[in-house]
Design a protein around this ligand. Sequence first.
Ligand code: GDG
Length: 484
Amino acid sequence: MVEQARNTRDSATAKDRSSSRSSPKADLVVVANRLPVRHATTNGTGEWQPSPGGLVSALTSVLQNRNGLWIGWPGTSEYQTSPKSYEGIRLKAVDISPEEYENFYLGFSNATLWPLYHDAIRAPTFHRHWWTAYTQVNMRFAVSVAEEVAPGGSVWIHDYQLQLVPQMLRQLRPDVRIGFFLHIPFPPIELFMQLPWRREILAGLLGADLIGFQVTQAASNFSRMARRQSAATGTDSLLDYNGRRIRVGAFPISVDCEQIVTLANDPFIRARAKEIRKDLGDPELVLLGVDRLDYTKGIQQRIKAVSEMFQDGSLTPGKHVMVQVAVPSRETDAHYERERHQLEQAVSEMNGEYGQVGSPVVHYLHQNLPFAELVALYLVADVMLVTPFRDGMNLVAKEYVMCRTDLTGRLVLSEFAGAAAELRGAFMVNPHDLEGVKEAIRLAVNAGPKEAKDRMTRMRRKTYRRDVYDWAASFLLALQQTAM
Ligand code: GDG
């Protein structure tokens, strides 16, 4: 299975786009908000390309082996033209209208659930018409799955946009096995209780046979909540509900370790890393941040910490340089626009104060870079800063660790990222504690080679043990073992 999956990154081919014959029912259906392909415009012409990332590779590989189908939204209203297959698996597009995009996606998914599930770092907004759109779109996904899954087949539903699908699908197709995985945190009871539709969301999730989370804390938050607000009884890992037994557990996601190591050892990428370092002015030490531009990622707080370190002399312009990549994200949302504006202001203030002509102290890129370029940056980074206020897992931390094949490099990691449970060799920080963040960066910057090597060795060993293919396989095995 793993071998096959290594080859899944090529473009969707013309053949893929044309094969829409009536198809048999699928033994395994993956359901996610997005299809594994996206419509991109290059040189003025639009074309369908595979979505990047280890998750798509891993899920594609399990679908290839099990007569699989992927159901999702193609990310455009031109859904009729989206490919009907990709890498030998069938794709089925679910349409979302522009109005539903506003209410279901930008509204309920990203302005109600996203902030609520991330410790309410921004106040969640509750609107009844957003909820209505959420239920409508979830029902459309459930109906779409019900039409396609073979008798006795399995369905794997992904993430916070589709939490009602398990129950809706169970009503339509009681004969199938249903798994659900939440990629983001599940909040503590006190926060989840704010949600006016908390009972409906719980009932939605409890339609599954297996409910997976990134870390045990999230799994336990959910089980406690379910026991308090629904008819469920049982333990944190096993719930009895409506005469069914539901398994709840942690399945920490990972990255495609082999692919990353191969890229990190690629002579062209290593040469590119040297070139980047030279372009940065051959500093003694490079600090790096790579995040989607999202208020949960703690980017501003990190810039503030580094800026204060230039001010108090712990970092020296010319000797120390920071690079911050902030990938454009959810740009139509006002919270995100404000975040970008404030971040860019902080970056320019820092450069205004401490930079010199031709040598800024922080290099800021608001771009989506090719993954190879990202790997080159990971190779350049002596200290990697991953300081989210809350994060389901954080794959950037794991990617960085896998790139450091020579066991150099130091990771500063928020204790509120799911990855902190595994990457114990990191310099841990509470991102809300600015002095603590500065202290952890100071320790990382000044760590000797032996300490850095010991820490990196621990983290690499742990990450290598379970890659994204193992993650997918272990979830599906657990699903297969649930009682029907
Ligand atoms: C959600 C949860 C959970 C970043 N910049 C570029 C680029 N990236 C890639 C990274 C990494 C991915 O994006 C980001 O993943 P994260 O895990 O850090 O964060 P979210 O996007 O918030 O993901 C998170 C994850 O789901 C999986 O379950 O870990 O907690 O929030 O893979 O490499 N990729 C490219 N260019 C960039 O500029 N090509």
